[in-house]
Ligand binder design. Structure first.
Ligand code: HEM
Length: 507
């Protein structure tokens, strides 16, 4: 892993920053795990469970042999199919949509939702390893999600196409059916109207006594025939739709009995199967390496100009507190100047991986091409140098968020600073615009390129600018790459993946 890696950095942020300062806002939807983010709590719906179900429905039309389907967000085009009945698909896609951008696909958000749901609703926290790089489908894919009415043979045949054998599917199903419910709304053939009450308007019947906890309760209640006895897909009076009972007994309960041996075995089996599920992707997709929480991470690091044209280097260094003892000092040194400055602890946040500490800095610099971070706790300094390369940053061209703007009507003003002496032949802005699609709640990312023109000089820099208009579905996820190219040399300089509407850091 080399910083920056926009896909990994963004997903890491949504995975790790879940409370306090710099909260990415993703996990909030499932806090507490019984929460329903899409509306009234009396509907009997649960977002953490909906995310698992939506991921399964996206995944299960994969055809491994053909290299198609899997986690590709094709589900967002398929929500009106009877096989995708219920609120889970649209509720989930509607929640994910404002998180998608040039580097985070809806499909990656589906994978993240499984990791977040299982991690956030288990104790101790279960870690499903997350990778990024999934590509969103631009239309619906194959049909074939198993339904309560599906025969065992049909269901197993669908599963075989995804690479999951009978025992895998039994286990995956009960791993999913430990969270949430079957609802009269959506499945009246399974759940009778009598389940509907004033504080359970959707008529939810839980799979087990702990629908908001990722645990093996469902296995015990099913085997001992107590409590929810495995839920409505086992116990319903309508024999045709007892799909879980048909599936679980298809190997004489051998898989379920194995899962009952211990909580740890159940959880580890589920983690393995969920990992396989979210990593099932079309054959043209190459997933990133595993995204692990960064012990030390540069956040919102950028350059700006002061009123006299001096360059200011600012941002935060995020530390995972669990990796350090108390009394930490954080120093940043940068090349080619060879200078050092101290960052100060300004904010804290929370995560499933322990607290986060944000050390801020805002430093005038002469010139900068890379930096390293030295963290000292107790007596031991540790230098983080991005695998020996230093964290790269360049001062030839950079976006100026303070002077740029975008509004709800789509008017965009972009300004960038360009080192005058470098004499670029072209300075352009590549704007990545989340754009509404017909038939899906998530965006397609369109790219709009505009040329920037020189406007004024400030110190050693020339301010370049342009105005345009774009139709963005989510203004906060509209991002820009500023690229300067030069005569006679093939190299260019760029300042990438900057939010047009960003929270500028002021110290
Ligand atoms: C194998 C065949 C399967 C069938 C026929 C099936 C069917 C169903 C049905 C009918 C519901 C009720 C939905 C609602 O009322 O909103 C449901 C809920 C659910 N399913 Fe499955 N399912 C299957 C496998 C799976 C698998 C493999 C997973 C997990 C990876 C999963 C995860 C869930 C979850 C979490 C819920 C609760 C959703 C909520 O509370 O909103 N299911 N399933």
């Amino acid at each position: 892993y080399q910083w920056p890696n926009y896909v990994m950095d963004e997903l890491e942020h949504l995975l790790v920053d879940t409370d306090g300062f710099n909260d990415g806002g993703f996990k909030r939807a499932i806090t507490p795990c019984t929460n329903y983010v899409g509306g009234n709590q009396t509907l009997g719906r649960q977002t953490s469970a909906q995310w698992l179900r939506a991921a399964f429905h996206d995944f299960t039309t994969a055809n491994i042999a053909a290299g198609t389907g899997g986690i590709d967000a094709s589900i967002q085009f398929e929500t009106d199919r009877p096989e995708n009945s219920g609120a889970a698909m649209n509720d989930s896609m509607g929640f994910f949509s404002p998180f998608a951008n040039a580097h985070v696909s809806m499909a990656d958000l589906i994978a993240l939702s499984v990791v977040t749901s299982v991690g956030g609703c288990s104790s101790p926290t279960l870690r499903i390893l997350l990778r990024g790089g999934r590509i969103d489908a631009t239309e619906g894919g194959e049909t074939g999600v198993p339904e309560p009415e599906s025969s065992l043979e049909e269901t197993l045949a669908i599963s075989a196409k995804t690479g999951f054998n009978q025992s895998d599917l039994i286990a995956l199903t009960i791993c999913g059916h430990t969270m949430g419910s079957v609802h009269h709304a959506g499945f009246p053939q399974v759940v009778p109207e009598s389940a509907v009450t004033p504080d359970n308007l959707g008529g939810a019947i839980h799979f087990d006594a702990t629908p908001g906890i990722f645990d093996h309760n469902v296995v015990h209640e099913y085997l001992s025939w107590e409590g929810q006895r495995g839920g409505a897909l086992v116990t319903t009076e309508n024999i045709t739709v007892r799909s879980d009972l048909r599936l679980f007994t298809s190997d004489n309960n051998a898989t379920i009995q194995r899962l009952a041996t211990s909580q740890d075995y159940f959880k580890q089996s589920c983690v393995d199967l969920f990992t396989r599920m979210i990593d099932t992707v079309p054959s043209n997709v190459h997933l990133t390496e595993v995204i692990t929480p960064n012990v030390v991470k540069p956040v919102n690091v950028s350059l700006s100009l002061d009123n006299n044209g001096g360059v200011v280097f600012s941002g935060y260094i995020r530390l995972l507190s669990a990796s350090f003892s108390d009394a930490v000092t954080v120093k940043i040194s940068w090349l080619p100047e060879g200078a050092i400055a101290t960052a100060s602890l300004l904010h804290t946040g929370g995560s499933l991986f322990g607290n986060t500490l944000y050390y801020g800095f805002s430093i005038p610099v002469e010139s900068i091409s890379s930096f390293t971070i030295t963290v000292t706790d107790g007596k031991h300094p540790r230098t983080f140098d991005n695998n020996g390369n230093g964290y790269p940053i360049q001062d030839n061209v950079f976006f100026l968020p303070d002077l740029s703007s975008t509004d709800e009507d789509g008017n965009v003003v972009i300004k960038a600073a360009v080192l005058t002496s470098t004499k670029p032949v072209n300075v352009s802005a590549n704007i990545a615009v989340p754009t509404r699609m017909i038939g899906a709640l998530g965006p397609r990312i369109d790219h709009v390129v505009v040329q920037l023109s020189p406007e004024e000089t400030l110190g050693a820099y020339t301010i370049f600018g342009a105005s345009t208009s774009v139709e963005s579905m989510h203004v906060d996820q509209t991002t820009v790459d500023i690229v300067a190219s030069y005569a006679g040399v093939t190299t260019s300089h760029s300042d990438k993946f900057r939010r047009l509407r960003s929270q500028t850091i002021r110290l």
